[in-house]
Design a protein around this ligand. Structure first.
Ligand code: NAP
Length: 282
């Protein structure tokens, strides 16, 4: 099983995304079952945010994990830019912890950059970490220039991860951000690794090269797309699924080894960036 070390924890390189989960009461039971199916299959990382459904995703996660040993789960949540200040962040975190029915986060991310000075946000994250309310902090939707700015701040180098959009058709960060993060040993958490799925308009799972490689590995196109994201060192993929069946199928991607030939075929279908592109975000 592929693993990644994040904030001193070695975890499977596949986590559980939860954006838009908890929004539909009629599938709540199914969504809780899906998260539990993932945990029972050995996954450990769950990614949520105060923004998701105004706390509904965190509430759903809290319910899903309450019967599990907390130390077996690596829990990530995120603070909104408008709350990322010395005045508001603590209250945001306390509300997230309440919804998640826990007393600490393994990783707290600054969801995206807003108007509050970065130095203030980082100082507050660091002080919450020093108190033990969060075990580590990181950032999200940061590009290379943001990371370089962060690196110059007091405590900036304590950043445990950056969470950015990354999948086979959105490879811009490979040009300079990903090599920088690798050099500085900052793992990448790859969000929307399936490009939000076919229902949201992604066509990657219908691409001929992807389908051909899937057939060779007796796998699905979705599994190949996840295996591709995870074949990069220090990259954790966090696909979302409301379905236990999809989630369990995704877990199998942890065992797929793409060959050099597979990677070249995929590079032809979706070329690597040859210049700096603006950071892709959702
Ligand atoms: P995603 O994981 O790329 O795609 C999710 C979609 O793929 C869902 O519609 C899901 O449908 C479908 N899917 C998953 N596995 C499947 C399978 N085996 N077969 C068929 N369909 C499958 O998109 P995402 O939710 O945008 O990204 C993942 C997570 O990243 C989020 O949930 C969130 O935790 C995080 N995220 C973070 C940010 C940020 O700013 N930091 C932004 C976006 C996302 P079903 O539910 O029906 O399976």
């Amino acid at each position: 099983m592929k693993t990644v070390t994040i904030a001193h924890h070695e975890v499977p390189a596949l986590g559980i995304g939860t954006w838009e989960m908890g929004d539909k009461p009629e599938i709540r039971t199914e969504e809780i079952a899906a998260i539990r199916a993932g945990l029972d299959a050995g996954l450990r990382v769950i990614d949520t945010a105060e923004m998701y459904g105004n706390g509904r995703s965190e509430k759903l996660v809290g319910e899903a994990i309450k019967t599990y040993q907390r130390s077996n789960i690596f829990l990530i949540s995120k603070v909104l830019p408008s709350n990322a200040s010395a005045e508001h962040m603590r209250r945001s975190l306390e509300n997230s912890l309440k919804r998640l029915q826990t007393d600490y986060l393994d990783l707290y991310l600054y969801h995206w950059r807003g108007a509050i000075p970065l130095e203030e946000t980082i100082a507050e994250l660091q002080s919450l970490q020093d108190e033990g309310l969060i075990h580590a902090w990181g950032v999200s939707n940061f590009d290379l220039a943001d990371m370089e700015e962060l690196w110059q701040l007091p405590s900036g180098r304590n950043c445990a991860a950056n969470e950015d959009l990354y999948n086979l058709e959105t490879r811009g960060i490979e040009y300079s951000l990903l090599p920088w993060q690798r050099e500085k040993q900052v793992p990448l958490i790859a969000y929307s690794p399936l490009g939000r799925g076919a229902k949201m308009g992604s066509t990657m799972m219908k691409n001929q090269a992807v389908l051909q490689i899937a057939e060779q590995h007796h796998a699905t196109a979705y599994q190949i797309l996840l295996a591709w994201v995870m074949q990069q060192p220090d990259v954790l993929a966090i696909p979302k699924s409301s379905s236990s069946e999809h989630l369990l199928s995704n877990v199998k991607a942890l065992e797929i080894e793409l060959t050099q030939e597979d990677l070249q075929t995929l590079d032809q279908a979706y070329p690597k960036p040859d210049h700096k592109e603006p950071l892709a975000i959702y």
